[in-house]
Design a protein around this ligand. Structure first.
Ligand SMILES: N[C@@H](CCC(=O)N[C@@H](CS)C(=O)NCC(=O)O)C(=O)O
Length: 243
């Protein structure tokens, strides 16, 4: 049995981390049995979630989790795709993970109203007397991370325009297809779904959400992915589960 180390459902999402959701959808696609452990963050090999334990072996990072499933369990997530389609899928995946992600982090962590109803709640589990020390410290660290990445050096409106362009590109490429690369889901859908749902998350009121909300095809796509991979949920990120 594979163990997926996760944060656990929050903000009406399967997980606040799109990377954890991506890893979970990949596990669901692979149809391998897995369980979720919410207590693994402190022992994370790369200091981040997700990671998995498979037969005693720890694999950190959603990209390497996918590679592990492909190699060890012979799962072909890109069945039927040409080399050109695989290249496009990889480029969109990294657009979401290495660019859009940081705009979402900025919106959730740096806008006070979003922080208060979102990430601040992560710290409800630590004793109240130390919260006033820990919470600003972690928030400062996130600000540093944003700065180191580069996204944090832009003005808020510049960040939002970059995020909007990424979302528009995702929606344009999806077009009227059922899934990102065609009629059936492939590996990239785990990522696009996770990030589209994060962008659409109704908990956070941001231009990023407005940008995603403008694309009916993206909302219907999130609903379609929800129906397939989280059928127990009637809706996710404000999108009705429907095939
Ligand atoms: N490249 C990693 C990114 C994972 C990641 O950024 N995880 C974040 C949550 S979204 C995390 O665990 N952050 C904790 C920290 O940086 O302390 C992957 O694909 O899994």
């Amino acid at each position: 049995m594979i163990t997926l180390y996760a944060f656990g459902p929050q903000f009406s999402l399967p997980d606040p981390s799109p990377f954890v959701t991506k890893a979970e959808v990949l596990l669901k696609m692979s149809k391998l049995p897995y369980e979720i452990d919410l207590k693994g963050f402190r022992k994370a090999p790369k200091g981040k979630l997700p990671y998995i334990k498979d037969d005693g072996e720890l694999i950190a990072d959603s990209t390497f989790i996918r590679r592990h499933l492909e190699r060890k369990h012979k799962i072909d997530f890109d069945r039927g795709l040409s080399a050109e389609q695989k290249a496009i899928a990889w480029a969109f995946e990294k657009l979401a993970e290495d660019n859009l992600y940081w705009a979402i982090v900025d919106a959730r962590w740096m806008i006070d109203a979003n922080f208060d109803k979102g990430p601040r709640r992560f710290f409800d589990v630590i004793p109240a007397p130390v919260r006033p020390l820990i919470v600003p410290m972690i928030r400062r660290q996130v600000r540093k991370n944003l700065h180191a990445h580069g996204m944090g050096r832009h003005s808020r409106s510049e960040i939002e325009s970059i995020a909007t362009q990424g979302i528009d590109a995702m929606a344009a490429y999806l077009g009227q297809k059922s899934f990102f690369m065609g009629a059936e889901p492939t590996g990239v859908d785990a990522t696009i779904f996770a990030f589209a749902a994060s962008a659409l998350c109704p908990q956070f009121d941001t231009p990023i959400r407005a940008a995603a909300d403008r694309h009916e095809n993206l909302r219907r796509y999130v609903g379609r992915m929800t129906a397939r991979y989280y059928p127990e949920r009637g809706e996710l990120a404000g999108c009705k589960a429907a095939a």
